[in-house]
Design a protein around this ligand. Structure first.
Ligand code: NAX
Length: 328
């Protein structure tokens, strides 16, 4: 037990929030013995709906939930937080250009970066789920100069989990037999889900599959376009799976990856694998004691190189666009 961990969630009244808050409150992050205090940030017009969600949280009588605070002031909500899950973002509306989207989100993530810089706990870790997640993380990171850069990550764990499940379905393996999956790059359609280093029950996954055409024409596009397929089927974007991945990512960051496996996380590139420094790029990482480390020394063939560079180029473009807008 001990002192409650203070976890902030932004966009708490949204779709993902409706799943995420209940999982967090029930102990999915650090187990049922570690009390958790939720700090929920929303925009003013959504506070009433958020009050309703808080009523439901109360009605669950979760033993793990030590307290809930809601509000529309980032400096109040982020005060002393140990973990900030930045989920709320501005969705792309009809007729909105990409630059408009970057600008609208830029305003949100500059303000939240500054607020975290000012009031978060010294050990704060920040996970960005709201899209465009990688570039939103870059904006928040750049606006929080006193927080070490490695404390900012963006979510590609949903893509990672989707890739594992697609590979399991193709091979008949159990998801628990699949290790060392990798998502490279941007959480967008240019991402590169890579099974060349993955293992199925200890055997190389690409060799087990033995079907380059499936990898190129089925697996990669299915994973990369899974979000669109869910919108098409469900009428709204993935929410429960995104919440689940947000928790997986935060839990593994805080508690460590198992021996012999790794996870995908978008982190500030240090130039590893020839990716330009500074962009928030998804890499295979291992984690320990709340720190991540990029897995080094993986062999990259021409096919993978092309895909890794294409998704890096998109991130460089996004970075240049937000630089131009004066957001970083
Ligand atoms: P919703 O539109 O249901 O909820 C977003 C919430 O954020 C709204 O309640 C809104 O009021 C709030 N919000 C907006 N601006 C805010 C601000 N400045 N401060 C606090 N709250 C603010 O979206 P939802 O389906 O929950 O998705 C949230 C974000 O996750 C979107 O950007 C979405 O694109 C992104 N996703 C990211 C995924 C990933 O794997 N990285 C996958 C799922 C999801 O698409």
């Amino acid at each position: 037990s001990g002192t409650p961990v203070k976890v902030a969630v932004t966009g708490a009244a949204g779709q993902i929030g409706y799943s995420l808050l209940f999982r967090l409150a029930s102990g999915a992050l650090l187990g049922p013995d570690r009390p958790i205090e939720l700090r929920l940030l929303e925009i003013t017009p959504a506070l009433k709906a958020l009050e309703g969600v808080v009523m439901e949280l109360e009605d669950c009588a979760f033993p793990t939930l030590a307290g809930v605070q809601i509000g529309d002031d980032a400096e109040q909500i982020f005060d002393g937080v140990n973990l900030a899950l930045l989920v709320g973002a501005r969705p792309r509306g009809p007729g909105m250009e990409r630059a408009d989207l970057l600008e609208a989100n830029g305003a949100i993530f500059t303000a939240q970066g500054k607020a975290l810089n000012k009031v978060a706990a010294d050990d704060v870790r920040i996970g960005v789920t709201g899209n465009p997640a990688n570039t939103n993380a870059l904006i928040a990171m750049t606006n929080a100069p006193d927080i070490p850069q490695e404390r900012f990550t963006a979510l590609t764990r949903l893509d990672h989990n989707r890739a594992i499940s697609q590979l399991a379905a193709k091979t008949g393996a159990a998801v628990s037999d699949i290790k060392k999956m990798t998502i490279w790059g941007n959480h967008s359609a240019t991402q590169y889900p890579d099974i060349f280093h993955a293992e199925i029950a200890g055997r190389n996954a690409a060799e087990v599959v033995d079907d380059q055409s499936w990898i190129e024409n089925d697996f990669i596009p299915t994973v990369a376009k899974r979000g669109a397929a869910i919108i098409e089927a469900r009428g709204s974007s993935s929410a429960a799976s995104a919440a689940s991945a947000t928790i997986d990512a935060a839990r593994d960051w805080l508690t460590g990856t198992p021996e012999g496996d790794w996870v995908s996380m978008a982190v500030a590139s240090d130039g590893s694998y020839g990716i330009p420094e500074g962009v928030i790029y998804s890499y295979p990482v291992t984690t320990r004691d709340g720190r991540w480390e990029i897995v080094q020394g993986l062999e990259v063939d021409d096919f993978s190189r092309g895909k890794m560079d294409a998704t890096a180029a998109e991130l460089v473009e996004e970075r240049d666009a937000v630089k131009e807008l004066g957001l970083i």
